[in-house]
Write a protein that binds this ligand. Structure first.
Ligand SMILES: Nc1ncnc2c1ncn2[C@@H]1O[C@H](COP(=O)(O)OP(=O)(O)OP(=O)(O)O)[C@@H](O)[C@H]1O
Length: 329
């Protein structure tokens, strides 16, 4: 069956396809080679490859029999520790198929379990240790009780670095016949904060409307402000058309539902690319930082943004009256 979601379609199947995580791969390969391993705990933010790595390990351990030898449970779906106990008991009853001497239980969202449930889980892990190994997946290691941590080999997963995320996105875009622009990658990286699932999803949604994916397409796929709208706002205000700028601002705030702080981020992002004098840019950057601060202090969003627009109007007016530095004597 064709995969509906690209993040599933492009989920790595073997260690070599997994981007980054070199140390984790090396240690897991060693477990596969030796045919033995302890329980594992993978922790880190969403979309950083924990589930992927657990499934790759299962394939590498069992080859074609990986499904028969793997039980995937979600700690927050499964109603309570008793359900987990029953399912593990049932699963562990039969011997593993293939060469590895144990079966694999992958328990997602282990950090959502209460500490009592985790205590019970620890006993289950011990009870079936002879022929099962657990891989616990968690976002926060601090929410896992010490007796479990001390029984596991612990691996940390970090947000995907920009360069590697870009490489992976380019690979997917190429396979899908999509032209992916650099400004789109910048924006996807910024919005996804190193979460690969989110990044791939954004690419897929943006590509649904156009074969050329640029930052505008990415922004339209989110509740983000499009670069084209930011530039228009900037230009309207700087050119002294503050009334029109206000209208545009209100439309974006109330029709698209864009938050004040997102405007500031978008302005900061576009400012670098604006064809303005460095001194003017520095002044605007300072103004943006001021407004940003006041917004974080709880000031009224619309008032702050209107203030920003009128200040931009004044800066623009002054800039038009002052010749650029190269022409100054
Ligand atoms: N290191 C990686 N290399 C290549 N693709 C990756 C990598 N990490 C994540 N991905 C992509 O992101 C998707 C989501 O990753 P995965 O399900 O492994 O995240 P996770 O860390 O388990 O997240 P969660 O905590 O939300 O369960 C994968 O299907 C895959 O397409």
């Amino acid at each position: 069956m064709a995969e509906l979601f690209w993040f599933e379609k492009y989920r790595p199947r073997v260690f070599d396809e997994v981007v980054d995580l070199e140390e984790v791969k090396a240690r897991l390969r060693e477990f596969v080679r030796s045919g033995n391993m302890p329980h594992l705990l993978f922790y880190g933010p969403p979309g950083t490859g924990k589930t992927t790595m657990a499934l790759v390990l299962a394939r590498e351990l069992y080859g074609e029999y990986w499904r028969e030898n793997t039980l995937e449970l979600n700690a927050s779906d499964e109603r309570g520790i008793n359900v987990i106990r029953e399912r593990v008991k049932e699963f562990a009853r039969t011997a593993p198929v293939g060469k590895a001497p144990f079966k694999l239980v992958i328990l997602d969202e282990a950090d959502n379990m209460t500490s009592d449930a985790q205590q019970a889980l620890r006993r289950i892990m011990e009870m079936y240790a002879q022929n099962t190994r657990f891989i616990l997946l968690a976002n926060y290691v601090s929410r896992i009780i010490d007796p479990i941590i001390s029984r596991c080999a612990v691996f940390r997963f970090s947000p995907m670095p920009r360069g590697l995320m870009a490489e992976r996105l380019r690979h997917i875009a190429k396979s899908e016949g999509i032209e992916l622009r650099d400004d789109a990658i910048d924006l996807i990286y910024e919005v996804s904060e190193g979460d690969m699932r989110k990044a791939i999803n954004l690419l897929q949604v943006a590509a649904a409307t156009s074969n050329v994916v640029d930052a505008n397409a990415v922004a339209s796929a989110t509740t983000m402000i499009r670069p084209a709208d930011v530039i228009e706002l900037f230009n309207l205000a700087l050119n002294g058309d503050v009334a029109k700028a206000r209208e545009k601002l209100r439309e974006l705030m109330y029709v698209k539902g864009i938050a004040g702080i997102d405007f500031i981020r978008a302005f900061q992002r576009e400012l670098i690319r604006m064809p303005l004098d460095d001194e003017v840019k520095a002044e605007i950057a300072e103004l943006l930082a001021d407004v940003d601060y006041r917004l974080t202090q709880g000031s009224d969003e619309e008032l702050q943004l209107l203030y920003l627009l009128s200040k931009l109007g004044a800066i623009g007016k002054r800039a038009r009256q002052t010749p650029p530095p190269s022409k100054r004597r």
